[in-house]
Design a protein. Structure first.
Length: 118
């Protein structure tokens, strides 16, 4: 399905830098255009005109990359970033959801069923 050799890496809200590097590698393994859709984005198509063949191709890679990223997010993170139309906007939001010191701010998610040592 993905050609990235297995499912995308899962991000559960912990250790974003680790997940980001793994997801970039995964997207690149799927296709370099998937990685470009996330990290650089594509020029948006004109609103009043029909898509050119290149714009159609860009839309396809944008959709594939966004799907790979969404599949790699836990429900809590997904719900915070799900409204983006482009993969690049989604990627920028994921990267921005950190405090100014570079610390993950996803961690406050509650994990009521998680095992805690006795």
């Amino acid at each position: 399905m993905s050609n990235g050799d297995g499912p995308p890496p899962m991000f559960d809200g912990d250790d974003f830098p680790y997940w980001k590097i793994r997801m970039e590698s995964y997207l690149e393994a799927c296709d370099t255009k998937c990685l470009k859709a996330a990290t650089e984005g594509f020029t948006p198509p004109a609103k009043d005109a029909a898509f050119t063949p290149q714009e159609q191709e860009n839309e396809k890679w944008n959709a594939k990359a966004k799907n790979h990223i969404f599949r790699g997010l836990c429900k809590e993170v997904f719900n915070r970033v799900r409204n983006h139309k482009t993969t690049h906007a989604l990627w920028k939001e994921l990267c921005a959801l950190r405090d100014e010191n570079g610390t993950d701010i996803f961690r406050p998610f509650s994990r009521p069923n998680s095992f805690r040592g006795v």
